[in-house]
Design a protein around this ligand. Sequence first.
Ligand code: ADP
Ligand code: MG
Length: 338
Amino acid sequence: MSKICLLPDHLVNQIAAGEVVERPASALKELMENSLDAGAASISVDLAEGGSKLIRVSDDGSGIDRAELALALSRHATSKIASLEDLHKVRTLGFRGEGLASIASVSQLSLSSRAEGSEQAWRVEADNGLIHEAEPAALARGTTVEVRDLYFNVPARRKFLKTAATEYAHCEDVFKRVALSRPDLALTLTHNGKVQWRLKSESPSERMRAVLGNEFADSMLQIEQAAGGLRLAGFAGSPTLSRAGRDAQFVFVNGRFVRDKVVLHAVRQAYQDVLHLDRQPLYVLFIELDPEAVDVNVHPTKTEVRFRESQAVHRFLFHSLNRALAETRAGSLAPNGD
Ligand code: ADP
Ligand code: MG
């Protein structure tokens, strides 16, 4: 047997990247989440070849000090938590300090930023595990991250990337999730130089219309319920509006897009009486609860959560939605109130 030895950092990052950066869309998610955590009011995304050639995310957030630029690219380096206690009540989307390090280990990455109150912007580049000295950069404010040639140094992985059209579609999904979760943000997305989305800061219902279309917006039911420390807000599609696939089901827990069995099951049950089994309802739901009542550190991609009291969450969701849907049904069946 060979001797046991510690793996070099660069390799450790590449191994982590296997989980965190499955495809261009996952890198885009990490970058956009960083922009949100930095308090950005506007984010613009440029992609080339479905993101496999280029992903550029620019924001007007708080920026990063020159002295911390290289650190931001290091593994386990984060400004978002400092203790186990912080981890248990995390309010930011990121906290693991591995997004940038992972992406940088499998791409050509450059990070430019101008920290709030600083007179000059600076840029660092990562090149196969090596982080170069910071150089002055031209940037009015915020942060711009450029990721080129994802997986150029891991051919086995690059082979798994699908066509540019497919990878673009996944990137667009990530973009839409951010757009739905934050109507106050101004957002643009370009692909191969062509503008695909340009969204101005708007009201939640305007944003639903812009992203999900008129049919949904014309019939959607606004939901707002709170009980026992739980809050449910958002929009539920009318049962008459349904699809065969699950492409229009969005659930956010404390602002984070998640796929959660407990939530899906509760929602499904609430729709059960009013929807055929083979049809999928459309909805955009925001669940808010004390961060200490939900564990987000389940998987590196953070799309899974664990509710401390999952039965209470299930009950609350089911009843809130069921009531809202029953009201519309009663309304449509008995317009005169009898
Ligand atoms: P995490 O988001 O888990 O902290 P990352 O590797 O994604 O880890 O980022 C490392 C650190 O770099 C962040 O904690 C943050 O301080 C800084 N950072 C990254 N992106 C941005 C950004 N767009 N604006 C400001 N700071 C950023
Ligand atoms: Mg991050």
